[in-house]
Design a binder for this molecule. Sequence first.
Ligand SMILES: *[C@@H]1O[C@H](CO)[C@@H](O)[C@H](O)[C@H]1NC(C)=O
Ligand SMILES: *[C@@H]1O[C@H](CO)[C@@H](O)[C@H](O)[C@H]1NC(C)=O
Ligand SMILES: *[C@@H]1O[C@H](CO)[C@@H](O)[C@H](O)[C@H]1NC(C)=O
Ligand SMILES: *[C@@H]1O[C@H](CO)[C@@H](O)[C@H](O)[C@H]1NC(C)=O
Ligand SMILES: *[C@@H]1O[C@H](CO)[C@@H](O)[C@H](O)[C@H]1NC(C)=O
Length: 413
Amino acid sequence: MALLKALYFLLLTASNTLALPSIAKPHRLSAVVREGSKLLVDGKQWKAVGPNVYWLGLDENVTPPTGEPYDPATKASYPTKERVTEIMAMVNALGGTMIRAHTLGVSTGNPLSIWPAKGVVNEEAFKSIDWAVYQAGLYGVHLLVPLVDNYDYYHGGKYNFLRWAGFDFTQSRDSNNPGIQQFYTNATIVATFKDYIKTLLTHRNQYNNLTYAEDPTIFAYESGNELLGPVWGDMNCPADWVRDIAKYVKSLAPNKLFFDGTYGINKTHLDIEEVDVFSDHFYPIDTKKLNAGIEAVESAGKVYYAGEYDWVGTSGGDSLESFYQILESSPTVGGDSFWSLFGRNGPDCNTFVNHSDGFTLQYGNPNNTAYTNSRIQLIRKHFIAMSQGKTIDPGEPLPPVPCPAPPPQRPRI
Ligand SMILES: *[C@@H]1O[C@H](CO)[C@@H](O)[C@H](O)[C@H]1NC(C)=O
Ligand SMILES: *[C@@H]1O[C@H](CO)[C@@H](O)[C@H](O)[C@H]1NC(C)=O
Ligand SMILES: *[C@@H]1O[C@H](CO)[C@@H](O)[C@H](O)[C@H]1NC(C)=O
Ligand SMILES: *[C@@H]1O[C@H](CO)[C@@H](O)[C@H](O)[C@H]1NC(C)=O
Ligand SMILES: *[C@@H]1O[C@H](CO)[C@@H](O)[C@H](O)[C@H]1NC(C)=O
């Protein structure tokens, strides 16, 4: 262990001084593959369990020091390296295997985006994404990355593509306008979206010299986040579009898995050959919906995934314990990710970053209540049950994550 730590620090030092460290020995995680309803790594069953960390590429919760890139209109800024690295150590401490991360893929329409405008590439935006992907690889954490968002949010989404094509739509005014389906059906818009996907997947990471398409750290792309049509809950994301985008992603990145990002299990999508995983979100937790979704996906011989859920439990619904029991006992379930994880405001080790949606999990905040800590312990127990098949005492203390972040628990160097 001491030797591994020494090696790790050597590498960190090198990575801070060289533009392209350790290119001779790129850090490659083993690829995740699907066999029927199972996910496998190195021939062994693997479960995708971890947090949602939506801000790894671009954040909205911290005002950066003067002179750093900042978009006051959306409060957007790039997260510091310290914050991103610490999250990886937190995932290790939680027994997680992966992160679902919107802003490593959704990056349009903001001055700090990969595509601030149609077809315009902002290389600066790749710096934080490259760092997150590289750090995830070092810490043995795989990444699930959505490609577009259903909403008009600071990091971009489907409304950017609609406006770039001349449709004057915004989410607040037009979310029920049938015209928004042009995002899926208009050949010009679909072609532009594919151009964006190409910009992203062919980008070469400055830290490990792998394109995102090549790097197995990103184990899967998801068509999008909570995609639907003009009626809330309609699951109206056309199957033809899902198939087309899945085929395109796999043509660029044949070794990646593809998630259908439709909000809910749309049964008319289950026969899309190129889709590996179907998923749903839970606000509040609903075990009846979970069981019905699993049953549908099981019959199709694909993998089921619970992509987001309320870990706090304040919005009612079924218990987190009953939800976890189903996820742990079903062979069709490939994993789950709670919404959502934050850490300290690194390099400041004394402040934690907060987010206003009421679902912020601040791992290791000394101000966390006993209730909050018992919920985090339950999450960790669940992740360890899923990823290692081990049952731990629900009262087992949470491993501390020192600041600055410690080296990987399972170094991959
Ligand atoms: C698709 O969008 C373009 C604008 O980019 C527009 O000219 C065209 O009419 C649209 N196609 C349809 C079928 O509405
Ligand atoms: C990065 O990879 C590309 C493509 O394999 C190769 O041409 C290039 O020389 C590599 N760069 C470095 C610094 O190794
Ligand atoms: C499912 O997707 C199809 C298009 O592929 C769509 O027509 C339908 O409205 C969606 N929703 C439901 C509930 O099937
Ligand atoms: C804990 O709460 C106190 C009082 O509100 C606050 O001053 C302190 O900054 C908090 N500590 C952390 C780590 O959030
Ligand atoms: C964090 O944000 C939530 C939701 O806005 C708020 O209720 C809570 O008081 C905030 N916590 C701190 C320490 O500021």
